[in-house]
Design a protein around this ligand. Structure first.
Ligand SMILES: Cc1cc2nc3c(=O)[nH]c(=O)nc-3n(C[C@H](O)[C@H](O)[C@H](O)COP(=O)(O)OP(=O)(O)OC[C@H]3O[C@@H](n4cnc5c(N)ncnc54)[C@H](O)[C@@H]3O)c2cc1C
Length: 439
C-alpha cells in the first residue's frame, strides 16, 4: 500500500521534493499557507508592472543542476549578461567592487589599492568573525569604503557579530593581480559563475515553481493552498496535521516551511531546542515597486547602495530582464529593504516606505518624483538567515532534534541555510532519493 506523505510548505523546496518523490510508492500532498505556491519566488503584477521578492536570477556553479532548471522552463528562458553596479559617491562601479577600482575618485582608488597590498604583506592573526575576515582579505580601504557599510546594511547587524564559517563559503576572494589590474583601469570581471545568467522569458521567476506545480499535478500530487498548518500531533504512528478547516493524516512529513513557523505548531519540543531556535536570527524584507513613466531608465539590472542615508540596499530594474515586465513606454523599479522589528524601518507604513524610496532615488537623480505613476509594497518575514557567531551550535541543537524525530527538513528557512534555488533543488532531490529508497 502507498504511504501518505505530507509536505508542509509549497515553495520551491516543497514543490521540487514532491517532483522527485516516487509516486508509485507515495501519495503526495503539499500543504501551502498562501493562495498560490512559490514562496519567495512568487511574482506580483500591479497595474501591469511586474515585481518579485528581490531580484531573482537563475545561475549555478553546478552545470547539471543548471541544465535541469533550464529544462524545467523549456523554451521559456532568456540569457543575460550581468550588468550590475555599486552606486558609490555618485559613481557607478562595476560589481564586485574590487573589480573596477579605477572608477573611484583617485584618492579612494589609491587608498583601496594601498591598504589591499599593505595588508597582503602584513603579518596578521587569523580572523575570528566576518568583520575580521573582511579586513583580513581586503584591507582597510575596500572594507571601510564598501564591504563593511554594505554588509552592515543588508544584514542589519555589525559584521563582527557574524560567523566566519559562513563567509568562507560565500564571498569569493579576488586574485591579487585582478585587484591591481582593476586599480590601473585594466578590465577584469571578478567571479564568473553569475557573469551570464538565465531568467524566464515570460511570467517572471514564478515560472519555475509554476513548472514544478504543473508537473506535480499531472503526476497526481495533491496541492492544497490557503492551508496554513496550525497544529501537528502524533497518533498511532501517524501525523495528524490541522489547518483552517480540517485535519489530515500522514505516515510521513517533510518540513519545507520556515523552521520558526514549524515550531509554532509542533507542541513537543524541549526547552533547550526552543531556546536554540529563538537564538537563530533572520531578516525580513520589504520590496517597494515603483512604476515609472520613462521608457529608458537605465541599462543596468541590479544596483547596490552602501550609503546608509538611503533606506534601500539594492535596486533592480526589471525591464533589463524582459520588456514584458512593464507596460510600453514605462520602466519598473524594485527596491529591496532589509528590516527587523525595532530597527525603525520595520514598522514604517507602505506610504512612508514608498516616500523614502522615491525621495532617495530622486536625490541621486535616478528618477524624478513626478515620473512615479504607481507604487506598491510587498513584505516577506523570512528573507535572509543571519549567521551569528553562535549560529552553528544553535543549529546543531535544533537539527539534531529533527533527526531524533525522523522529521526531514528541506529548503532555505526549513534548513536555516543560505540556499539559492539550485541548492534548494539539489537538497530536495537528495531527500526524495532517501525517502524513495526507504519506501
Ligand atoms: C531577496 C532575495 C533574492 C534572492 N535571489 C536569488 C537569486 O538571484 N537566485 C537564486 O537562485 N536564489 C535567490 N534567492 C533564494 C531563493 O529565493 C530561495 O532559495 C528559494 O525561493 C527558497 O525556496 P523554499 O521553498 O526553501 O522557501 P520559501 O520560498 O520560503 O517557501 C516556504 C513556503 O512555506 C510556506 N509556509 C510558511 N508557513 C506555513 C504554514 N504554517 N503552513 C503551510 N505553509 C507554510 C510559505 O508560504 C512558503 O510558500 C533569493 C532570496 C531572496 C530573499
Amino acid at each position: 500500500m502507498k504511504k501518505a506523505i505530507g509536505i508542509l510548505g509549497g515553495g520551491l523546496a516543497g514543490l521540487s521534493t514532491a517532483y522527485f518523490l516516487d509516486k508509485s510508492a507515495y501519495n503526495v500532498t503539499i500543504l501551502e499557507k498562501e493562495a498560490k505556491c512559490g514562496g519567495l519566488l512568487r511574482a506580483f503584477v500591479h497595474e501591469g508592472f511586474h515585481f518579485e521578492f528581490g531580484g531573482h536570477i537563475l545561475f549555478s556553479k553546478d552545470q547539471e543542476i543548471l541544465e535541469f532548471i533550464l529544462s524545467m522552463l523549456g523554451e521559456n528562458k532568456i540569457q543575460r549578461y550581468r550588468n550590475n553596479k555599486i552606486y558609490f559617491k555618485g559613481r557607478y562601479i562595476k560589481y564586485p567592487f574590487e573589480n573596477e577600482l579605477s572608477k573611484l575618485a583617485l584618492r579612494d582608488n589609491l587608498a583601496c589599492l594601498f591598504y589591499y597590498l599593505a595588508n597582503k604583506l602584513k603579518k596578521k592573526r587569523l580572523p575570528k568573525n566576518f568583520g575580521e575576515f573582511l579586513y583580513y582579505h581586503f584591507g582597510k580601504g575596500i572594507t571601510e569604503q564598501y564591504l563593511w557599510p554594505y554588509n552592515e546594511k543588508i544584514w542589519n547587524i555589525n559584521p563582527a557579530l557574524m560567523s566566519l564559517e559562513w563567509a568562507k563559503d560565500r564571498l569569493p576572494l579576488p586574485p591579487t593581480r585582478d585587484v591591481i589590474k582593476s586599480s590601473l583601469g585594466i578590465k577584469s570581471e571578478g567571479y564568473k559563475h553569475q557573469l551570464y545568467f538565465y531568467y524566464p522569458r515570460a511570467g517572471g521567476v514564478q515560472a519555475l515553481p509554476d513548472s514544478f506545480l504543473a508537473k506535480n499535478l499531472e503526476a497526481g500530487v495533491k496541492v492544497i493552498t490557503n492551508f496554513a498548518v496550525t497544529g501537528i500531533r502524533r497518533q498511532d504512528g501517524r501525523y495528524l496535521v490541522s489547518g483552517p478547516d480540517r485535519e489530515l493524516a500522514f505516515d510521513q512529513l517533510v518540513m519545507a516551511m520556515p523552521v520558526h513557523n514549524f515550531f509554532k505548531v509542533w507542541p513537543e519540543a524541549p526547552a533547550a531546542v526552543m531556546s536554540a531556535l529563538n537564538s537563530l536570527r533572520y531578516n525580513s524584507l520589504a520590496v517597494v515597486m515603483l512604476g515609472i513613466k520613462r521608457d529608458q531608465l537605465t541599462d543596468k539590472f541590479a544596483v547596490y547602495f552602501p550609503d546608509k542615508s538611503l533606506v534601500f540596499h539594492r535596486v533592480c530594474f526589471n525591464k533589463f530582464l524582459s520588456e514584458s515586465m512593464c507596460p510600453p513606454g514605462t520602466s519598473v523599479v524594485q527596491a529591496e529593504i532589509t528590516t527587523n522589528p525595532g530597527d525603525g524601518v520595520h514598522d514604517l507604513s507602505d506610504h512612508d516606505l514608498i516616500s523614502q524610496v522615491t525621495a532617495g532615488l530622486a536625490r541621486e537623480n535616478i528618477i524624478k518624483p513626478e515620473e512615479v505613476i504607481t507604487a506598491k509594497v510587498e513584505r516577506t518575514e523570512y528573507a535572509y538567515m543571519v549567521p551569528q557567531l553562535d549560529h552553528e551550535q544553535n543549529k546543531k541543537i535544533v537539527y539534531d532534534y529533527f533527526l531524533s524525530q525522523n522529521l526531514p527538513a528541506v529548503g532555505r528557512f526549513a534548513e536555516f541555510e543560505y540556499l539559492n534555488m539550485d541548492a534548494v533543488i539539489t537538497h530536495a532531490k537528495k531527500l526524495a532519493a532517501t525517502l524513495n529508497q526507504a519506501s
